[in-house]
Write a protein of this length. Structure first.
Length: 462
């Protein structure tokens, strides 16, 4: 009897595809996400099945959730001093209610819109460190910029400062093969890779990426926002924050949780400092998001605030791939007469995601939303301003990956004067952008529409 192994393989993959499709349809994802995975498994049986097992398997999310729950939640968000109590207004109270996170205070909140400025400020703060330095980045390049900071960290570690350095395994994959991490460890820097794609226990979790970009020095100064460490960020338009005050403890606490998740080591007693009486002069929420959360806090916050908008909503994002509920919110508030503006890059570093985003333009513009594309400029900032009084700056993009799959961190500010600073930056971005015209959109060739529609279908898994 002749055994046809090619037929056996065909039957095996057909059976595997059928089983996976049943598993996909039994899940609680959005219909569009389910459709994307079903199409991937049907059209590309081998690649699609492997991709689902690695990137789409909901059991992996459960593994991450259970692992995060092993570790204690660090008490770092509530200042007990009466002088720190403030009224955050309706929006702040709503965010506390939907997230369970309490506001904190900060001072010297500085909006940074230029990478060179951020790097110079961060370098100066690192040089002044006396006790510890925390650095956590999704992408850290081993180039002239990354090398500059690596040398600083080595120098401080040699001087007796505790240095903790962590990168994401997917975003900074190049460091795993290079010599930079080994060099840092040799000089006394403690390093960690979050979900290495080459680890036996972590390879299956690479779809859950740590997209945060944070630094904390001595518990006194914190940085967070959209800027990674690399030469290209000096050419891009981006936004980052530097601040002091009790809110720094919140950022340090999230670093400690991430470090514990990646290494199993609890460093919270080393890095969390006593809250000061000088809490700060601004009230903020620092909101985390990640696949371990039963409901994504950043998404819930944005959804809540946008639904309460009365006058205007300005969105700056490099990647516009909203889910259907967020699309309906944007269209609905625009139809009510609320001014909605979205600024995206005209030159995108991820063309597939950009094409998926353009597939949303027509229905948004028809609803009254104004969309701008920066001319030949990569805008990497992640900023939203509502009614000129509420602002969020952080690492989360306006897409499903940021809202439901990545570990993200956003700061939300209740301040009209800070919102004005952000508004000025928004107007600058608009000044270097072109408004997208509806009639031009409708003239797009059929093959372009098909390509954009295909990318949109894959949006939930990009």
């Amino acid at each position: 009897m002749t055994i046809h192994y090619d037929n056996l393989l065909t039957y095996f993959f057909e059976l595997l595809s059928f089983i996976l499709i049943m598993i996909i349809l039994s899940g609680r994802r959005e219909a569009r996400a389910n459709l994307s995975w079903v199409l991937a498994v049907i059209l590309f049986p081998v690649v699609g099945a492997l991709a689902y097992l690695i990137f789409g398997n909901p059991r992996l999310k459960n593994i991450v959730e259970k692992r995060m729950k092993r570790y204690p939640f660090l008490d770092r968000t509530i200042c007990k001093d009466k002088r720190c109590e403030v009224d955050v207004g309706e929006l702040g109270r709503l965010i506390t209610k939907v997230t369970g996170m309490y506001p904190v205070r900060c001072r010297n909140l500085h909006l940074i819109s230029d990478a060179a400025e951020k790097y110079n400020l961060l370098e100066a703060d690192i040089m002044s460190a006396k006790n510890y330095i925390l650095m956590e980045y999704y992408l850290f390049r081993d180039d002239s910029v990354g090398g500059r900071f690596a040398s600083l960290l080595e120098e401080k570690a040699q001087a007796g400062v505790k240095v903790y350095f962590m990168v994401d395994g997917w975003g900074s994959m190049g460091l795993i093969f290079g010599s930079l991490l080994k060099r840092l460890r040799k000089k006394g820097v403690k390093t960690a890779v979050f979900h290495s794609p080459f680890g036996l226990r972590t390879a299956s979790r690479v779809n859950f990426r740590n997209h945060r970009k944070i630094a904390v020095i001595d518990g006194m100064v914190a940085y967070m926002g959209g800027m990674n460490i690399g030469h290209e960020y000096q050419e891009w338009a981006d936004a980052h924050l530097r601040f002091e005050g009790n809110a720094v403890n919140s950022v340090a606490g999230y670093f400690a949780e991430d470090w514990m998740f990646a290494t199993g080591d609890d460093i919270s007693e080393t890095i969390l400092v006593p809250k000061t009486m000088d809490c700060g002069d601004r009230t903020v929420h620092i909101i985390p998001s990640g696949p371990h959360q039963s409901t994504p806090m950043i998404y819930d916050s944005l959804f809540t605030v946008m639904n309460r908008a009365r006058h205007s909503v300005d969105i700056i994002t490099p990647y516009l791939v909203p889910n259907q509920p967020m699309m309906e919110v944007l269209k609905n508030i625009s139809k009510q007469g609320i001014k909605v503006r979205i600024v995206v890059p005209g030159k995108n570093n991820h063309p597939i995601i950009a094409a998926a985003g353009r597939s949303y333009y027509e229905e948004l513009i028809e609803a009254g939303v104004v969309i701008y594309e920066a001319k030949d400029k990569m805008i990497h900032a992640k900023i939203i301003t509502v009614d000129g009084i509420w602002t969020t700056v952080g690492s989360a993009n306006m897409d499903t990956r940021s809202f439901r799959l990545n570990f993200e961190l956003n700061l939300m500010v209740y301040s009209a004067d800070f919102a004005q600073q952000v508004q000025n930056l928004t107007l600058h971005y608009i000044s270097i952008s072109d408004s997208i015209a509806l009639d031009e959109l409708k003239k797009r060739p059929f093959y372009v529409r098909v390509f954009e529609g295909g990318c949109r279908t894959l949006g939930p898994v990009l």
